[in-house]
Structure formats: structure tokens, C-alpha cells
Design a protein around this ligand. Structure first.
Ligand SMILES: [Zn+2]
Length: 61
């Protein structure tokens, strides 16, 4: 469970971060695949935190 860096409340996870066609994160250069980050939202203060699912971390590195 993610905690809000601003107020310490438990964040709601599994929001999908979408732009035009969805935004991906990828390491600069040739290594690493593109991964869709997810977002967590704090229900108390509205802070948004982007993160990558643990099972996708190895694809990113
Ligand atoms: Zn918060």
C-alpha cells in the first residue's frame, strides 16, 4: 500500500494514467522496454503519484 508523501494517508492505487493513447515511461537509450505507469491518488489531499507495477520493473531496467 502506498502512503502519500504529503500527508501520510493511504493512497488509492490502480488508476490508469492516460494521455493521447496513453503515456509510457522508458529508459533513455537502447535498453529497456516501454512500460505504462499507473497512478495512485491520495483521497485526503489529492496528491498524485506515478508508479510501475513490480512485475513490470524488470522490463523497464
Ligand atoms: Zn495526501
Amino acid at each position: 500500500m502506498r502512503k502519500c508523501i504529503r500527508c501520510g494517508a493511504e493512497m488509492e492505487e490502480d488508476f490508469v494514467f492516460t494521455g493521447a493513447g496513453g503515456n509510457v515511461i522508458r529508459k533513455k537509450g537502447l535498453g529497456g522496454k516501454a512500460v505504462y505507469p499507473k497512478a495512485a491518488v491520495c483521497p485526503m489531499c489529492g496528491e498524485i503519484s506515478l508508479y510501475v507495477d513490480e512485475e513490470k520493473l524488470n522490463k523497464l531496467m
